[in-house]
Design a protein around this ligand. Structure first.
Ligand code: CTP
Ligand code: ZN
Length: 150
């Protein structure tokens, strides 16, 4: 029998295989729980086939593409499971985009993307796991991505 630490949900989204220790960062970038009235449950350091993982479950809500892109920058191994009537009806791994546009704010105050010009922030992927990104304009590497997600 499978061990169930957090109860299965009826409908909603399970973000699974989050890098252990990163569940709170995932919640922060999704602005949870403040931004929703959904029930949100979190499990950390859960034993899995590949070591440990964190899990976030959001009831009665699905995620948009932008939210999934944000998660990929925090937890590049995460899987997004859509649950309907207790069944997993969709499962996909997050995918880090090669270019990250309008999602992260550059840490360089003099970067053109932080000027009054209407220039959207743009980052290039330097490494995938852990994710490292570099500003397309000023080439500065962003140290703490989770803190700089818009
Ligand atoms: N889950 C849930 N509620 C459900 C169904 C599934 O909370 N009604 C959760 C499971 O606990 C698991 C995730 O959704 O964390 C994915 O479920 P499932 O695909 O059944 O698990 P695995 O086969 O172990 O997934 P994977 O192969 O992606 O590790
Ligand atoms: Zn920059």
């Amino acid at each position: 029998m499978k061990e169930l630490r957090v109860t299965p949900i009826k409908n909603g989204t399970v973000i699974d295989h989050i890098t252990p220790g990163f569940a709170l960062k995932v919640l922060r970038v999704l602005k949870l729980p403040e931004a929703t009235s959904s029930v949100v449950s979190v499990a950390m350091n859960v034993k899995s086939r590949f070591g440990k993982k964190d899990i976030v479950k959001i009831e009665n809500r699905e995620l948009d593409k932008r939210e999934v892109n944000k998660i990929s920058l925090i937890a590049p191994k995460a899987t997004i499971n859509i649950i309907r009537d207790y069944e997993v009806v969709e499962k996909h791994k997050v995918r880090l985009p090669d270019e990250i546009i309008g999602i992260v704010k550059c840490s360089n105050p003099t970067c053109i993307s932080n000027s009054r010009e209407p220039v959207e922030s743009r980052f290039i992927l330097v490494s995938k796991d852990p994710p490292h990104i570099k500003c397309y304009y000023c080439e500065r590497e962003t140290e703490d991505i989770a803190e700089r997600i818009i």
